[in-house]
Design a protein around this ligand. Sequence first.
Ligand SMILES: [Fe+2]
Ligand SMILES: [Fe+2]
Length: 158
Amino acid sequence: MTASPTSASAATTLSGLFSQHHRHCDEAFAAAEKAVSGGDWAVAETAFDTFSTDLLAHFAAEEEQLFPAFEAASGMTGGPTSVMRHEHVQMRGLLANARQALADRDADAFLGETDTLLILMEQHNLKEEGVLYPMCDAHLAPRAAELLERCAAALGTM
Ligand SMILES: [Fe+2]
Ligand SMILES: [Fe+2]
């Protein structure tokens, strides 16, 4: 597999960094689905591992870096970040189901789980990119540079 052409180091805003990483995860997801559809289980395992690692790193960067910083700066702890955290839990569940289907070599079950995951992921990312990330940029402007560096390191795409 070739490396993603997108580079997180080019991002100058938190919104840009995390949106770029959504695209990166989308590409890894597409590669895993394609491999399973093609019936190459060895390639599928590797592609799914890459996607899973990327997505879990994304959730961790949001839950451990971005969201706490936003909550502290805005005072909003029960709003959009709590909805996003809840959706991460749902997506982690689907990811675990897909991993099990992959271990069982059950392509239909795998694609069923990942179809649901894709819909959730698309809706989730739209909300983050349209609402939450711009709010993060606005509230976190004074410490954007420091957070950008920490979040990029957590995403692991530098
Ligand atoms: Fe998220
Ligand atoms: Fe995200």
